[in-house]
Design a protein around this ligand. Structure first.
Ligand SMILES: [Zn+2]
Length: 420
């Protein structure tokens, strides 16, 4: 598998550079209004890749009205019984850094020294251990004016190259392979219109991770609490003692949230309360709080604490009220993946068999995979070889991309023999 991936290294690079050149910056305001894809470039790239897949000889290729590219190849020889699997990556790039006119720079056999890009941004191996470790590899950067878009065009290029290899080498055993390249991951709407009705697969894998060996199978549980206070309105000149100011209640509530459990004071596996938005008047005021915890029981506790703090704030303020509404945003995929570990175990085996040590990192956020897992499709996330995402100093290692491709080939072969 390593040799095959090596043979297609140039194709992988060419593809990645070509995709990076298409502007696919997604737009949160439009996506929040339900407009998906939120930018024309996402659809453009989907159509470019659809044509490419048809030219490779894939019969089942379609782009949905919401810009999801779906393609499927049948099982290889002797593997008609293997379970189908769906591989996913996202076409869009984040809007916080320009994705217009991306001009990638390729450094073959990176010498391990600092790189100053044309746009002024610098990549410093002294401050970036992953870059220092990539000495000798072929690395790709933007020219410093834009992001590179390795998040997630590295994943896209790896999936498309895998399809090319499977079609060129029909002797490779594999089950039915489905791919979905999706829009609007960065706006948080990537799975809003995912065509699950099209899928035969019950197991999926996203390629949207970073450095070599990274496999993500755990993310936050995420809830949002809306806390609404009503006060007792009076003319300010004659307010004493009856007035209760809802703005003050909201401020009291925020001040009671533990500061040592906020996003800016936590990392690793610690959860937090993040006061997210405050609005209101003397009559009524609203606070939204984002709650995050890896542990489901600890999250239950956080929800109760929000309620208790809200009640504590109004205690003694006659006439005031508070209502607390909790909304679930996404759930930690760990539990579901533990119940249905076949794909994850297979991926880990494939990585180890090619000498890649899996690195398990909890994600302090959610992924398309966590949404899919919640929908009933266990979906871990694997590395793509991209680094420093969402920044003009984003870079990718072609060697790590090639390794991802080799592991993907090995994975589809091993998965074809799984009995589920
Ligand atoms: Zn991504």
């Amino acid at each position: 598998m390593t040799d095959l991936a090596r043979q297609f290294r140039r194709n992988l690079l060419e593809r990645f550079l070509r995709y990076a050149g298409v502007r696919t910056t997604s737009d949160t305001v439009r996506a929040d209004k339900g407009i998906v894809p939120s930018s024309p470039g996402e659809l453009e790239l989907a159509e470019i890749i659809a044509e490419e897949l048809r030219a490779l000889g894939i019969a089942e290729v379609a782009v949905t009205t919401h810009g999801y590219l779906c393609a499927r190849i049948p099982a290889g020889p002797g593997c008609a019984c293997g379970p189908p699997v769906c591989l996913l990556a996202h076409l869009d790039t984040v809007e916080t850094v320009s994705g217009a006119d991306v001009r990638p720079c390729v450094f073959e056999g990176y010498d391990g020294t600092a790189i100053t890009l044309e746009g002024g941004a610098a990549l410093d191996p002294a401050a970036d251990a992953e870059l220092a470790a990539a000495k000798g590899e072929t690395i790709i950067t933007s020219d410093g004016r834009t992001l590179l878009g390795a998040d997630d065009k590295a994943g896209v290029a790896e999936i498309v190259t895998l399809m090319e290899i499977l079609l060129a080498h029909r002797e490779i055993p594999h089950g039915e392979i489905e791919i979905i390249l999706s829009p609007d991951e960065e706006t948080g709407h990537g799975m809003d219109f995912v065509p699950t009705q099209w899928m035969h697969s019950r197991h999926c894998l996203t390629l949207d991770g970073s450095g070599l060996g990274e496999i993500e199978c755990e993310c936050f549980n995420a809830w949002k609490s809306r806390v609404v206070f009503t006060g007792v309105a009076r003319h300010t000149g004659t307010a004493r003692p009856a007035m209760v100011n809802a703005v003050s209640l909201a401020a009291d509530f925020v001040s009671l949230l533990p500061r040592h459990e906020s996003p800016e004071t936590t990392d690793g596996r610690q959860g937090f309360y993040a006061p997210h938005r405050v609005s209101g008047t003397m009559e009524d005021a609203e606070v939204t709080v984002l709650l995050r915890d890896f542990d489901a029981a600890a999250m239950e506790k956080r929800l109760k604490i929000v309620e208790q703090l809200a009640q504590a704030v109004i205690a003694g303020h006659t006439g005031s009220t508070v209502t607390v509404t909790h909304t679930r945003q996404y759930v930690n995929m760990r539990e579901s993946l533990e119940k249905q570990p076949v794909l994850l175990n297979c991926l880990v085996r494939a990585a180890k068999s090619l000498g890649v040590t899996p690195v398990f990192k909890p994600i302090r956020g959610g992924t398309d995979g966590s949404r899919l897992t919640e929908m009933g499709y266990p979906t871990p996330n694997m590395w793509t070889g991209g680094h420093n995402f969402h920044s003009p100093t984003e870079w990718a290692s072609l060697d790590q991309m090639e390794k991802a491709l080799a592991v993907l080939i090995e994975f589809v072969v091993q998965f074809a023999y799984e009995n589920i």
